[in-house]
Design a protein around this ligand. Structure first.
Ligand code: HEM
Length: 400
């Protein structure tokens, strides 16, 4: 097993390729593989049948019969990402097959050990994260067709059918809309280093446009949410990865809070969130592929763009800067709207449904966790968090 794709070239200042990012795909894995090499047939078969196996309560027994495969036949970043995607979806299904009330404390060795090894090779945690659900989980129906919703599909699915698929694909479209934003960030950082105000102005305009396009893509969302087990009352003790450690481990679930681009914009524009919110967002960086995390950290270390804009006294630059911040505020406001719509309704439904349905197969997968109800607030702590982030973004504006 080897991570692959490592380069010996001397690093360019903030070149996207150094961070496994690209001008064509941004942080998406470019054209992900959809099949693993032949020895991994048993994983792929289970992964392709996941929705069926979960709803018929047969996944756990299938996993128990699964051979313990060595990871040494996996080569290169794309195979490793597909293996991580497949094993993380199988793990999710294994844990939640019987709903929130029937979770397990131990992940069996034949699943836990290869999942752990692949995670180590990629520098990702052994759980389904945004890097799996979205970045590595897409394929073109027509290989020569465009990256548009009608031509896109997920590689691996969970029960939740069309709504979960729609959630994944719309999030993918938000990531796609963010692609020119990555290029603009690189140009802006270089322009700051070279004190090139003309280029900086253009880069800020491009960035604002990319953020506005991300909001447009977000408006197509009618979605779902995915579970982790950190802070989840259904799994208060975490999970033991058998054959890896005897101690239970805790991880958060997949969330677009793990998406690189918003972290990168915040760093570049010098936006400072409250201590508590920043701590959560920083923790989410641990769920990004390490090169993407390194990109965000490099922007953090770069000379301050905001300082340059302030000291330039150039009103055009002030305006372009504020347009970026304002586009980011709008994105976050719209996000709050969809979260309100989705979570409030779904949390109420889950509460009513739990009494009615008991532990219907797979019923917890793709629903908001009981953590949302646990505080008896319909998730108000989540809204406080999201609003705090939105409001501190607004405070990042330069006043006239
Ligand atoms: C129905 C759809 C969605 C729901 C229910 C939802 C829910 C949430 C929730 C509950 C959080 C709080 C942190 C957490 O628990 O992980 C969050 C954070 C976040 N979400 Fe979403 N989300 C949705 C779609 C999206 C999409 C499509 C994006 C685009 C990439 C996105 C981007 C973010 C970001 C960046 C954060 C971190 C907070 C911030 O930087 O403003 N979300 N989301």
């Amino acid at each position: 097993m080897e991570p692959g794709d490592s380069s010996e070239e001397p690093p360019l200042p903030l070149a996207l390729e150094r961070f496994q990012l690209s001008e064509e795909y941004g942080s998406l894995l470019p054209e992900p593989l959809t099949e693993l090499p032949e020895p991994y047939g048993p994983w792929m078969e289970i992964a392709h049948d996941l929705p069926e196996l979960i709803t018929s309560h047969r996944l756990r027994s299938r996993v128990h019969q699964m051979p313990h495969l060595s990871t040494r036949h996996l080569h290169g970043r794309k195979e490793l990402h597909l293996a991580h995607l497949v094993l993380s979806f199988i793990t999710m299904g294994y844990l939640w097959q019987e709903g929130e009330e029937g979770t397990v404390k131990v992940l069996p060795q034949n699943l836990a050990v290869p999942f752990w090894e692949v995670s180590q090779a990629l520098g990702l945690p052994p759980i389904l994260s945004h890097a799996d659900i979205v970045l590595a989980n897409w394929r073109r129906k027509n290989p020569n067709g465009p990256l548009e919703i009608d031509n896109l599909d997920t590689i691996i699915a969970l029960p939740g059918g069309e709504s979960l698929r729609g959630f994944i694909l719309v999030t993918l479209l938000v990531e796609k809309a963010a692609v020119p934003g990555f290029k603009a960030i690189v140009e802006a950082v270089r322009a700051v280093l070279q004190l090139d105000e003309e280029t900086l102005h253009r880069a800020l305009q491009d960035m604002a446009e990319a953020i506005r396009d991300m909001s447009k893509a977000l408006k197509r969302m009618h979605g779902n949410s995915i579970l982790g087990w950190k802070d989840n009352p259904a799994m208060p003790d975490g999970l033991i990865y058998e054959g890896v450690s005897d101690e239970p481990m805790e991880y958060s679930g997949g969330s677009a809070a793990q998406s690189t681009i918003l972290h990168a914009f915040d760093e570049l524009l010098g936006i400072r969130h409250s201590e508590e919110s920043a701590a959560f967002l920083h923790r989410m960086r641990g769920y990004m592929p390490p090169p993407h995390r390194a990109f965000v950290e490099e922007i953090h270390r770069a000379p301050s763009l905001k300082q340059l804009v302030l000291s330039s006294g150039d009103t055009r630059l002030h305006e372009a800067f504020n347009q970026c911040v304002s586009a980011l505020v709008d994105f976050r406001s719209y996000h709050i709207t969809i979260v309100t719509k989705y979570i409030s309704v779904a949390a109420a439904k889950a509460k009513a449904g739990r009494a009615e349905q008991g532990t219907k197969a797979g019923s917890s997968i793709g629903k908001p966790p009981s953590a949302l109800e646990a505080k008896g607030t319909g998730g108000s702590h989540i809204f406080c968090f999201l609003k705090s982030i939105r409001d501190t973004t607004r405070e990042g504006m330069i006043s006239a």
